[in-house]
Design a protein around this ligand. Structure first.
Ligand code: FES
Length: 98
């Protein structure tokens, strides 16, 4: 379904999505990494707990919110992967961090 359009220089990073290791090209977005790990939804809505997935992939819709290293509400499409990152599917309503 998805095809890489910009080749990378070969540098790879390894991170975890729901404790599942995945290795992706450096420079990829977290959204690309979550898809590469085989997940088809990134969060569950705060009202109905229905699965949600990225829509715009450019920082507008906020459908791609995930938890990164224990911190909620990160836009997966606007965040670049880094080695050792831990990503979790966001479930339900999250608070606002100060
Ligand atoms: S997919 Fe729309 S903000 Fe990330």
């Amino acid at each position: 379904m998805f095809k890489r359009i910009v080749p990378n220089d070969g540098e790879m990073v390894t991170l975890k999505v729901e404790d599942q290791p995945v290795t992706v090209p450096a420079g990829d977005s977290v959204a690309a990494a979550v898809y590469a790990a085989g997940f088809n939804h990134f969060r569950e809505s705060s009202i109905s707990n229905r699965p949600r997935a990225p829509y715009c992939m450019m920082g507008v819709c906020f459908e791609c919110l995930v938890e990164i290293d224990g911190s909620p509400n990160h836009q997966a499409c606007m965040t670049t992967v880094r080695d050792g990152m831990s990503i979790r599917i966001q479930k339900g309503l999250r608070g606002v961090e100060s």
